[in-house]
Design a protein around this ligand. Sequence first.
Ligand code: SAH
Ligand code: SF4
Ligand code: F3S
Length: 457
Amino acid sequence: MKQPSFTIKTFGCQMNVRDSEIMAQLLAEKGYVESMEMKDADVVILNTCSIRAKAEQKAMSLLGALRKVKKRRPGMKICVAGCVAQQEGEEICRRMDYVDLVIGTQNLYELVDLLESVDGTSKVATSMSNSYEIPAFIPSMPSLTSPGGPQGATPAPSVRKFLTIMQGCNNYCTYCVVPYTRGREISRKVNDIIEEARVLVDAGVQEITLLGQNVNSYGRTNSVTAEGGEYSFALLLREVAAIEGLKRLRFTTSNPKDLSPDLMRCFSEIETLCPQFHLPVQSGSNIVLSKMNRKYTRELYLQKVAELRSFRPDISLSTDVIVGFPGETEADFEQTMEILEDVRFHSSFSFKYSDRPGTRSADFDDKVDEQVKSERLSRFQKRQDQICLEQNSLYVGKILPVMIEKVTDDGLMGRTETNHIVHIKEIIECSPGDIVSVTINHAGQHSLNGRIDSSNQ
Ligand code: SAH
Ligand code: SF4
Ligand code: F3S
């Protein structure tokens, strides 16, 4: 009998990328085969994101387009997973009756049983519990999908992998849907994480990125060891770093309010912890930060950045920024521009504020005009682009260790410890995962160019 095929399209954050891998692994264990072609797959899963209206629309328009495919092939099963699925539930089936299954973020591990019970009517499984525990699912082999998502990724074993250490969020920033779509914060057991990291390293993975919405509160809301008692993210980092064979360790994301000296110290003490930190600031104005419920001030943020740099002067910093939050004045926005000048981020993700259903700020009445938001966004991005280039130019002439990710007929592509992509137009004998010394000879806004240093020969 022909094995059923599936394809997963991923939207949103790294956590969704990892969830897509988990779904792929669950299906592969039951004999399903991954197909890159959505139009011929027996099962199509859209793993959706609801963080901004645009992210949601992208998934929904693809779902709309699948109606025609389903008409041609009524046997195809369409499944909507992820944060939109969790939030919209029944509503998706009401609007699109050709959807077979809507599966929420806490029902991920029930995917195969749910799919097999699909019988022509739409099924919805979006339960959300405060006492949810992340199942100890540890596949014996990493999935073949690369981080970056199945979109366009080459199906080759990747040397870099994501590892989810916690789910949900208890912070309730006023603009954010995550506490509603992912539920309360829950940390995975230390042993499950270590075992999963070992499986990855044994299979040839060289770099692991630990994932959580606020990794600094790892182990605070539930017990993560058999003995119970206190545990911390800094301790977890040390345990993962101790796994023999792991060359590079990263993590994301951390709310500045919880960035502890203990975690900062890890940057000077753990050799494999890469000097890179994503520290979302969101706004440079204390008034806006307070309305966002971020629980830190610009002064505290700047102080933490200075402390981080004292532990690791070469650390590269990136951030997230929202422009046009309700009530944001020109003066508030100028303060965000100022923070960009003060910190000189190596890169940033910046977004126009977007109303999300169920969030507190959706009800704020002092919304900023769409045009003003666009103008502020472009001012911010323009200046950030210049700073990226200036920061990247500082690497020119330096010899840096670069982990190779891709070897093609034209040359090599790799990454520095600071997470900068490096293109090398030379062919040498090497494989993905090798770390080679590279002299940087050109800096662009988004990547560097280099040549192999003679010390490698
Ligand atoms: N846990 C992370 C953020 C996860 S969401 C943190 O606390 O920083 C990723 C980013 O999306 C956020 O940092 C924020 O910049 C952006 N974002 C979230 N909700 C948004 C909204 N309603 N409108 C615009 N951007 C939003
Ligand atoms: Fe959302 Fe705030 Fe939680 Fe980040 S910390 S996921 S922005 S609620
Ligand atoms: Fe999007 Fe959900 Fe991640 S809303 S950003 S996929 S946690």
